[in-house]
Design a protein around this ligand. Structure first.
Ligand SMILES: Cc1cc2nc3c(=O)[nH]c(=O)nc-3n(C[C@H](O)[C@H](O)[C@H](O)COP(=O)(O)OP(=O)(O)OC[C@H]3O[C@@H](n4cnc5c(N)ncnc54)[C@H](O)[C@@H]3O)c2cc1C
Length: 510
């Protein structure tokens, strides 16, 4: 039976494509069914009037994890992606007019941060040393492995990790050990928003992000982040994976403790030995499976923030913007409370602007700009009064006002077109539960073995790969999820597998 086992993958997000390609390489006959017309999920792309936008991810971090995925598929990342390092990583603008360009150049960094807080260079060096420890310990012992039971997770070997990784401490509190000035504390914690969590709730472990950005770099694949999707899809196809687009799944069929197949929107049925759900895990429980109790329990978990997005094609270039620009609001704490407690748009929103034409001129016509704006907001909450149209309009005014302050006051007159997403779009386009842009949150009770596992507890051939299962959200972690899920399938379904390798292939991105 296992000479040609079959697998169905629900969703062609990066997690679905990577899991499909890995399974195909191990001898599975794989079909991917995707509701949308093209692959990518949140890592989507919009091309209009000569402007090319990445819809979701714009930051390529942790290149070694991407390199491991290509290597596991028998390919070399550098044959598929032309990666360019972005340094300074970000230009941060505070609301009092102060600026900081985060960079791996320690001399340039010293000049800037010492001007803000004398003596802070030593704090930075200690902070990066801690981030280095967190990054490597977390990847090797926590994020890059499966936990098969609670004892596996809370084992005597793992317990010291709680302290070494500062998993019981909040990130914002911890950064106070290294910096006192609010600008520096903000500059070295706002990155938690990539995981859709507040630095006031995030584990101090997540200093690993600031470390990897400065040490391993922030990269940009020429052609945009969508190149990752295009190249992985074509590698998967070469391994024999069949992709079916415009094919929404209506239901997963179950019998006893097995998932037997899927029912498509047109009521046709497909059967397989193994099913991998890449669609957002809480959505799968609520809409594709029969167990309402489990869906309700998942509904009560913590979710990440959402985002109001603007995609602007402009007929002028704005040199005051770098590739990655962060505009932070004055009341840092209040802005997170408004997002995570009140589930709304902060009174003074912080936001991020991506202007890729500086690194990749093909993203805009000559002399013009392609601007993507991400404004973090609360996720959809039926109990909160949320008028997304009004919040979208308020976000737009706030962004244009801040951009005017840096000399881009004429931007609205130079708009050729605008596309915009609210949390409702994240929900309907990609079936993200509550429109939470990054899926389930990553608080202490929702990571490791405590996060919904990558195999269904009852249906023993139904697996998950994606941002809302172990190890978590963001492109690198979702690639890890695809790897861990595939390893688990091969282990549990009895197909011979190569020895698990927790050491990642060396990234020769540089
Ligand atoms: C605004 C934004 C910015 C981000 N920025 C970054 C960044 O800079 N760097 C980074 O690393 N990460 C970033 N992320 C996170 C990253 O995009 C996600 O973690 C990752 O793309 C999730 O991939 P996935 O495969 O888990 O899920 P998805 O991308 O959600 O894919 C799931 C797929 O399942 C499909 N599907 C759903 N339901 C069905 C159904 N019933 N039938 C068939 N198909 C179905 C969906 O259409 C989708 O294609 C960002 C996310 C957002 C939203």
């Amino acid at each position: 039976m296992y000479s040609h086992p079959t697998a169905l993958v629900i969703g062609a997000g990066i997690g679905g494509i990577a899991a499909a390609a890995r399974l195909a390489r191990c001898g599975y006959q794989v079909t991917v069914v995707e509701k949308n017309a093209k692959p990518g999920g949140r890592c989507d792309q919009l091309i209009r009037d000569g402007h090319r936008f990445d819809i979701g991810p714009t930051l390529f971090l942790m290149p070694e994890i991407f390199a491991e995925t290509y290597a596991a598929l028998g390919e070399r990342m550098q044959d598929h992606l032309d990666l360019r390092r972005i340094d300074p990583t970000y230009r941060i603008r505070f609301d009092d007019g102060a600026e900081l360009a985060l960079t791996s150049d320690l001399h340039a960094m010293r000049e800037q941060i010492e001007a803000i807080e004398p003596g802070s260079l030593s704090g930075l060096l200690r902070y990066l040393a801690e981030g280095h420890l967190h990054y490597h310990l977390a990847l090797e012992r926590f994020v890059g492995r499966n936990f098969y039971n609670l004892l596996d997770y809370f084992s005597p070997q793992n317990l010291p990790l709680l302290f070494q990784l500062k998993a019981l401490k909040k990130h914002y509190d911890n950064v106070g050990n290294y910096f006192q000035h609010p600008h520096l504390k903000a500059a070295f914690t706002f990155q938690n928003m990539y995981l859709g969590i507040s630095p006031y709730d995030a584990l101090a472990t997540y200093s690993l992000i600031q470390y990897t950005e400065l040490a391993d770099g922030v990269w940009f694949p020429m052609g945009g982040l969508y190149r990752v999707i295009e190249t992985l899809e074509s590698i998967a196809q070469a391994q024999g994976v069949r992709f079916r687009y415009n094919t929404p799944v209506k239901r997963i069929q179950v019998n006893g403790n097995r998932a037997t197949g899927i029912v498509l929107q047109d009521d046709s049925e497909l059967a397989a030995d193994v099913i991998v759900a890449n669609a957002d895990l809480p959505y799968v429980y609520r809409h594709l499976l029969p167990d309402e109790g489990a869906a309700k329990r998942l509904g009560r978990l913590k979710y990440t923030s959402s985002a109001i997005m603007f995609y602007w094609g402009v007929d002028k270039s704005y040199p005051q913007l770098g590739v990655h620009n962060v505009f932070l609001s004055g009341d840092y704490r209040a802005s997170f409370d408004r997002i995570f407690k009140d589930k709304t748009l902060p009174d003074e929103p912080s936001f991020y602007v991506h202007a890729p034409a500086r690194i990749d001129p093909a993203t805009a016509p000559a002399g013009q700009d392609t601007l993507m704006v991400l404004v973090p907001v609360g996720h959809i909450d039926d109990a909160a009064a949320q008028d997304w149209g009004a919040l979208q309009a308020r976000a737009r005014v706030a962004v244009l006002r801040r951009l005017a302050a840096i000399g881009a006051g004429d931007l609205e007159q130079h708009l050729k077109f605008e596309a915009s997403y609210t949390p409702r779009d994240w929900q309907t386009r990609y079936n993200l539960a509550k429109g939470a842009a990054f899926g389930l949150s990553h608080n202490f009770m929702q990571v490791g073995y405590l996060r919904p596992q990558n195999r269904h507890p009852r249906y023993r051939n139904l697996y998950f790969a994606g941002g809302s299962t172990h190890p978590g959200t963001g492109l690198p972690l979702v690639l890890l999820s695809a790897r861990l899920t595939t390893e688990r399938i091969l282990k549990e379904m009895g197909v011979p597998q190569p020895a698990p390798d927790l050491k990642f292939a060396t990234a020769d991105a540089a």
